[in-house]
Design a protein around this ligand. Structure first.
Ligand code: FES
Length: 570
């Protein structure tokens, strides 16, 4: 089999000289250019992305494995999206980072790729970009942090912060305690250690079969994470020799397995958008309704924050994703024959997985929560759908009728929600507009709106909330997200006014604005779209971003261009 990299390094002319000679300035001997698979290590290390701050060290373990297997490892950086640092939201740059990944792979003499992923958006951006090239590719997640501990209590990244912020707003937590917890929550290398978006996406990587088993849960600082990195480096070299491309692994069966798994782990609603976008890159038909049809009736087996009480460290010690997949398979829910990166089927990988803690991973027959997968709702307020994560919602609010209290944008929300004179009580439905892909822009994680302090002080800790935004995977509540079309694109959400009645019925999959069509038409005639960015990336983004139910990719990025680049550079 002729290696792709030999199109660069296998020529004894001016171009071959150029490609090899400049690389030799780093000290590589001539024999590395003569037929070793070149493995690109796509690294999202950045000191501005603390979840991936250990990736330089982790990459060295990958390289060790690549050399051992007879490959030639070459590490390259790509745009790294730090969820905790980037404004206005890391999601605004997911597609931009995917373009960086795609073009960096395609343009370089690479035969196979290791994707180093951790913080939320680094996983979908790398998968999406690599999928549009379709070389042999394997994923390696960076692993979750150790659990937070503060004054004898466990703290889960994100989830505990949201709870403490509510307690602070209600006057039940002193500011000094709140600030003191800052150093105790995130105390080791790694990404958020709740079952937030990063852990959910790492679990998706494993369930899709695009990584080695156990990828999702080994803590970042556990020596076995380094071992996994080394084994990943060894394996990618063989994947090149076997021509095991992404498209052979990312099949419809693999995406179905990921949806099953997301329900069983109580995974993030963000996984919906990312998997829809990824499926469209590889040409697998996958719709929003597939999430409901395949996943919503499944139980949640994993007792982790934000749906439960434990953390990723506990999940790993209990057996991690392999145990969940075995439970699903034995319940007849998994596509057992889906191929994975190690060349075996998913069932061959998990058939002997043992559970070591049944409080953390429950059996399918006695689940942690019933009917926990993502539910997709429709109605005149969301003609193209919206989603809710029932496992993180309040049971008593899943059927609810209430008066809308509308916030036109996030600034108005923050200004008015703290107003003691705001006319709102716990029966109201909070509605937030203009936070979707175009409206924010970037579809920020603001859908889990803060509750009014005057209600928090009364012990109210959940209300129905509806928006075109996303919410953090670490968040919780009866929150309807991803309303499509979004308000800024002229969706009916834009027409809701304070005082309208909204009827939510999750079991019936309906959300209805009780306003006559005639009145809505009058309001539409008065509606003016919000101003859009005039230049730069944000302009390109708002001009081309698809709606949430289509994965919020850019329209011109859907699909794959393969890896061929026939033209030389000089
Ligand atoms: Fe990076 Fe949560 S902030 S994973």
């Amino acid at each position: 089999m002729k290696l792709r990299s030999q199109e660069w390094y296998g020529k004894n002319d001016k171009d071959g000289f150029c490609h090899r000679s400049w690389m030799k300035n780093q000290g590589y001997p001539h024999d590395v250019f003569t037929g070793r698979p070149v493995i690109g290590i796509c690294n999202t290390f950045s000191e501005l992305n603390p979840c991936n701050g250990h990736f330089r060290e982790l990459a060295e373990w990958v390289k060790r494995g690549v050399w051992e297997a007879g490959g030639f490892p070459l590490e390259f950086p790509v745009m790294s999206l730090g969820e905790s640092q980037l404004r206005p939201t890391a999601m605004l740059f997911r597609n931009l980072a995917s373009m960086d990944v795609e073009e960096s792979i395609r343009g370089n003499p690479i035969d196979g790729v290791v994707l180093m992923m951790g913080c939320d958006k680094t996983t979908p951006s790398l998968l999406m970009g690599a999928a549009s090239c379709d070389l042999p590719t394997i994923g390696l997640s960076g692993g979750p942090m150790l659990k937070g501990i503060h004054h004898g209590h466990e703290l889960g990244s994100g989830t505990s912060l949201l709870k403490m912020a509510d307690e602070l707003a209600a006057g039940r937590l002193p500011l000094c305690e709140f600030l003191d917890a800052e150093s105790a929550m995130n105390r080791s290398k790694g990404h958020c250690m709740t079952m937030g978006t990063a852990s959910s996406m790492a679990s998706m990587v494993e369930a899709l079969g695009i990584s080695l088993p156990e990828n999702a849960a080994i803590p970042a600082v556990d020596a076995r994470r380094n071992t996994l990195a080394q084994m990943t480096g060894r394996r990618i070299v063989d994947m090149v020799r076997e021509d095991l491309r992404m498209s052979k692994i990312l099949t419809r069966a693999a995406f179905e397995n990921a949806i099953f798994n997301n329900a069983a782990i109580g995974g993030s609603s963000n996984a919906v958008i990312h998997l829809l976008a990824l499926a469209r890159r590889v040409g697998v038909p996958l719709s929003l309704d597939d999430w409901d049809r395949l996943g919503s009736s499944l139980p949640c087996l994993v007792n982790l924050l934000p749906s439960g009480e434990h953390l990723m460290e506990d999940f790993y010690y209990a057996g991690g994703v392999p145990v969940v997949l075995r439970e699903l398979a034995e319940a007849g829910v998994l596509n057992r024959n889906a191929l994975t990166a190690n060349g075996r089927t998913v069932w061959e990988n998990v058939a002997k997985a043992e559970c070591w803690n049944r409080d953390v991973i429950r059996p399918f027959s006695h689940p942690f929560k019933a009917h926990a997968g993502i539910a997709v709702l429709r109605g005149n307020i969301a003609p193209n759908g919206c989603v809710i994560k029932p496992s993180a919602a309040s049971e008593h609010l899943l059927q609810h009728r209430g008066r809308a209290v509308v916030f036109e944008n996030v600034e108005q929300l923050h200004a008015q929600v703290v107003d003691e004179n705001l006319e709102i009580d716990e029966r109201c439905v909070m509605v937030l507009k203009n936070c979707g892909p175009r409206g924010y822009p970037g579809m920020a994680e603001v859908g889990n709106m803060p509750l009014p302090p005057k209600l928090l002080r009364r012990g109210i800790n959940d209300m129905v909330r509806i928006s075109d935004a996303r919410m953090s995977g670490t968040a919780y509540g009866t929150v309807l997200l991803h309303v499509s079309p979004e308000a800024a694109a002229g969706g009916p959400l834009a027409l809701v006014q304070t005082g309208d009645m909204i009827n939510l019925d999750v079991p019936a999959r309906k959300v209805c604005l009780e306003v006559e069509d005639r009145v809505l038409e009058q309001r539409r005639a008065m509606w003016t779209p919000p101003a859009m960015p005039a230049r730069g990336w944000t302009k390109l983004y708002v001009d081309h971003v698809l709606q949430a139910h289509e994965g919020a990719d850019l329209d011109f990025l859907v699909g794959s261009s393969g890896s061929a680049v026939p033209r030389e550079s000089h």
